[in-house]
Design a binder for this molecule. Structure first.
Ligand code: UDP
Length: 376
């Protein structure tokens, strides 16, 4: 093993980003990961049908951050895919986030017209209103509309996804999918959007392809640390795993939601009309992903995944979503306060934050800049 200055635990998008920034600066970096592959939960692979599968669920890159876009664009090109989500509401395929087009899809035209007019008198065009805000209506028609959206879009989906109703979870979670006073059917409005042309795994492979970076897979941090105590003592540590695990769960476990994917292959060109179809009101799964849409893969077959939510259980499944609330944030902070100068936590699990990919990269860039500035 080369002499190293930095040990990075986890080679998902956060770990890979910080690894590359340090390596570019001339520092030696070792990245370890307990999984048998790089790229963490953005891992994808081309299957036997030539379809890129996102093993841990659909990932659609989107950002307004120029720095993040520039950084990732060093390692991949992106296509111009702009994500849309279809939801099946009352048996009708319509658009999520709920917008003016949705109103016309699900209501008779005379009612839709009235609701549109009321909406435009009460809200500025092209604004986003969270469902919890939208519920605070006096007008009878708008109250009817907000009750409808709450019930048909959020209530059952959120109960499936989080095991709690929308009022019981952190308001920032449902705020990700606002009511949109617009006719824009896209899921995201960011300036830059797309899927890496050769997949996410290849992008991460390229980020990590640097003579100063060494990678060791199938390696658990605790085992590694016990066998390499000198190295741990003498290097800067960047931990992208869950902080409670780092501290041996001594104050208890930080809870997460997990998801399970049931993959199915069909001997036909397409299964559904869109990459993601949400089922807010029916079935036990939350949504169905059809992967060939992302990179326009050509095949006479198609692969879908039905997504089921469940609690994270150590050893049984993977961590996907931190359950951010007051109690868990307090526990997170308690662990963080024990961290020493040479250990940095980052990423969805290390920061216990519901980051999108671009925010994970941004966080790694910011941490790198803080450290570099602090040193000089
Ligand atoms: N959500 C919902 N109905 C939908 C889509 C989303 O209730 O049809 C809520 C749900 O609580 C979900 C949250 O909005 O967890 C965020 O959704 P998003 O699509 O951003 O989740 P992700 O793709 O990150 O799993």
């Amino acid at each position: 093993m080369m002499n190293i200055d930095n040990l990075i635990i986890g080679c998902g998008i956060s770990g890979a980003t910080i690894a590359r920034l340090l390596a570019d600066k001339g520092e030696k970096v070792l990245v370890i990961d307990k999984k048998n592959h790089i790229a963490g939960n953005i891992y994808d692979y081309r299957d036997d049908n030539g379809i890129f599968i996102h093993k841990y669920g659909s990932h659609i890159f989107h950002t307004n951050n120029e720095k993040v876009w520039e950084f990732l664009s060093r390692f991949t090109s992106f296509n111009t895919y702009m994500h849309k989500v279809i939801a099946l509401i009352d048996g009708i395929e319509t658009t999520i986030p709920f917008n003016i087009n949705t109103i016309y899809d699900v209501f008779p035209t005379t009612l839709a017209r009235r609701l549109e007019e009321k909406l435009l008198t009460n809200f500025k065009y092209n604004t986003k209103v969270t469902i919890l805000e939208f519920q605070k209506q006096d007008d009878e028609d708008l109250k009817f509309l907000s009750d409808y959206i709450y019930e048909k879009v959020f209530l059952h989906y959120t109960t499936k996804q989080w095991g709690k109703n929308p009022d019981e979870i952190d308001s920032t979670v449902t705020a990700r999918v606002p009511v949109y006073i617009s006719k824009d059917n896209r899921y995201f409005q960011d300036k830059y959007q797309g899927i890496p042309l050769n997949g996410y795994t290849k992008m991460v492979e390229n980020i990590l392809a640097h003579p100063n970076i060494e990678i060791i897979l199938n390696t658990d941090y605790k085992d590694f640390a016990s066998k390499n105590q000198e190295l741990i003592k003498n290097s800067q540590i960047f931990y992208t795993g869950s902080i409670d695990e780092f501290f041996g769960y001594k104050y208890g476990e930080l809870p997460y939601r997990s998801v399970k994917f049931k993959f199915e292959t069909y001997d036909r060109e397409f299964y559904q009309s869109n990459a993601v179809v949400n089922y807010p009101c029916n079935y036990d799964f939350t949504r169905i992903h059809e992967y060939k849409y992302y990179l326009n893969d050509k095949s006479s077959k198609t692969v879908i995944a039905k997504e089921y939510s469940e609690n994270f259980e150590n050893g049984k499944n993977e961590r996907y979503y931190p359950i951010v609330d007051e109690k868990n944030t307090k526990l997170y902070k308690k662990y963080l306060s024990e961290s020493t100068k040479n250990v940095h936590f980052l990423g969805r699990l290390g920061d216990y934050k519901y980051y999108n990919m671009d925010k994970a990269v941004e966080r790694a860039i910011n941490l790198f800049e803080e450290i570099t500035n602090g040193k000089s």
